[in-house]
Ligand binder design. Structure first.
Ligand code: ATP
Ligand code: MG
Length: 450
């Protein structure tokens, strides 16, 4: 993409009404625009990161054997009466009446609808296990929408639902989701710690929330600092292997890590004092096992091996896709702007032309642009007729992990400058070497193929 042809409305002034850094930078970098309280338009740069995150979620769900569907945002109230949640959900549920006076609602989550799909089409245990998921807009009429995309009223969420014959099978599905979520967050450059949590209005027995530690987080968390040493890394996992998934589950959830809702002071005190941490976190996902709560209420049964009908065991599993943009920025930024992890960056490298209109500099930038593109990477070329300082400030604000700076002086010696956004370190090298370096870096993230 060439900046001269892009739509990147970067703000000169830092927006004053935004209280936390991610909200401020998302507005300032021209990623989002508020439409009304807690409701945002996604401008090109923000939309691009949103899609990168969405792609990672889809890829990791596919690896776990989960199947993507898409359900409507507007649903009939009747289904929600069957489960009892139409009245129970409270004021966060946006209720809508259509022209025929039918009561409808904007979906805050989709247990009812997916259970209805299941009961209409699945009748035998032989069709199990089954996990269906979607990535879809949700609406919750939050009392205090705030912090930009962190607590919106409209927000983008991955919601998945497992259907299993037995509790044991459903607990495997729970563990499988935990593993797939660990991988998903790590690919985004995030450490999200599973913590024992409270089930809230969805209801259930077993539940963990995934929290990214950040001072601006809305949840108070208590944990053994040893949990921050755990990483999933690039180990192989067979998602059908019950023992393997259970072992990961145990590894990541045995040490003390709880939100304030489930915090137990006595248990916490058993953790060695120097490892006892009280901090704040951003909830970026949650997994639930709730058994037969919805299947019994809504008649979602299958014929078991003995021919008798049994209600299926279920769980639901969510990732806050739009909230993740805020969480990633909270975890990765400096005073000059965002620092995108390579896995989610909107563009893989910025090209800054220090002397637009200089034949040699222009040609070198065009060549770099073509080489990076041919290698499967997406560069953002600042080809505007602007001062170098302004170009650097824009690149720093929008946070691309790598910048190639091209100017007549360097080109005389056959070099350009490759700069890391994170460390600020620069290295001079031939343009081809810079391309080769970037190809190598992104290969580790399975991006581009040189
Ligand atoms: P919270 O406790 O933050 O209100 P929740 O527990 O009600 O969230 P879930 O039903 O678990 O939310 O939804 C799954 C994920 O969707 C959450 O882990 C969170 O990342 C995201 N999410 C929930 N509410 C919002 C919101 N208002 N704005 C943005 N993301 C949200
Ligand atoms: Mg939750």
């Amino acid at each position: 993409m060439r900046l001269s042809r892009y739509f990147l409305p970067v703000l000169k002034e830092s927006p004053r009404d935004a209280q936390i850094v991610s909200h401020r930078y998302m507005l300032q970098a021209g990623m989002i625009k508020q439409a009304s309280a807690g409701i945002y338009s996604w401008l090109p740069l923000g939309f691009k990161v949103l899609r990168r995150i969405e792609d990672i979620v889809h890829e990791e769900q596919a690896k776990a054997g989960h199947i993507a569907i898409q359900m409507p945002t507007i649903q009939s109230a009747d289904l929600w009466r069957e489960s009892g949640r139409y009245d129970a959900y409270g004021d966060e549920l946006l209720r809508i009446t259509d022209r025929h006076d039918h009561e409808m609602l904007f979906t805050p989550t989709a247990e009812e609808l997916v259970t209805d799909i299941f009961r209409s089409h699945v009748s035998s245990y032989k069709s199990l296990p089954l996990t269906l998921y979607q990535i879809q807009w949700k609406f919750r009429d939050e009392r205090r929408p705030r912090f930009g995309v962190m607590r919106g009223r409209e927000f983008y969420m991955k919601d998945g639902y497992n259907f299993d014959l037995t509790k044991e099978d459903a607990l495997h599905a729970y563990n499988r989701h935990l593993v797939s979520y660990l991988r998903t967050y790590e690919r985004m450059g995030l450490q999200a710690i599973p913590m024992r949590a409270d089930s809230g209005p969805i209801g259930g027995d077993d539940t963990h929330e995934f929290l990214v530690l950040a001072e601006t987080g809305e949840s108070e968390v208590f944990y053994d600092s040893a949990v921050t040493d755990l990483t999933f890394g690039d180990r192989d996992i067979d998602y059908d292997n019950v023992d393997q998934c259970a072992a990961v589950m145990e590894e990541f959830t045995t040490k003390y890590a709880r939100t304030d809702e489930t915090h137990d002071e006595a248990l916490f005190n058993e953790v060695p004092e120097e490892r006892r941490k009280v901090a704040r976190g951003i909830e970026v996902g949650q997994i639930f096992y709730f058994g037969t709560k919805y299947s019994e209420a809504m008649g979602a049964t299958v014929q078991g091996p003995d021919g008798k009908p049994v209600p299926v065991h279920m769980g639901s599993h969510g990732i806050g896709v739009s909230r993740l943009l805020g969480a990633i920025i909270e975890a990765s930024h400096d005073d000059n702007g965002i620092i995108w992890p390579e896995g989610v960056t909107p563009y893989h490298a910025g090209i800054v032309n220090l002397k637009q209109g200089d034949a040699e500099a222009d040609a070198a930038c065009e060549a770099l642009y073509a080489q990076l593109t041919n290698a499967g990477l997406e560069p953002l070329y600042d080809d505007r007729d602007e001062r170098a300082g302004g170009k650097f400030a824009t690149m720093d604000m929008i946070g691309l992990p790598w910048r190639i700076t091209v100017g007549p002086r360097g080109l005389k010696n056959g070099v350009v400058e490759l700069t890391s956004r994170k460390t600020g370190e620069s290295e001079e090298m031939a343009p081809e070497a810079a391309v080769a370096r970037l190809v190598e870096i992104y290969k580790a993230h399975d991006i581009g193929h040189g």
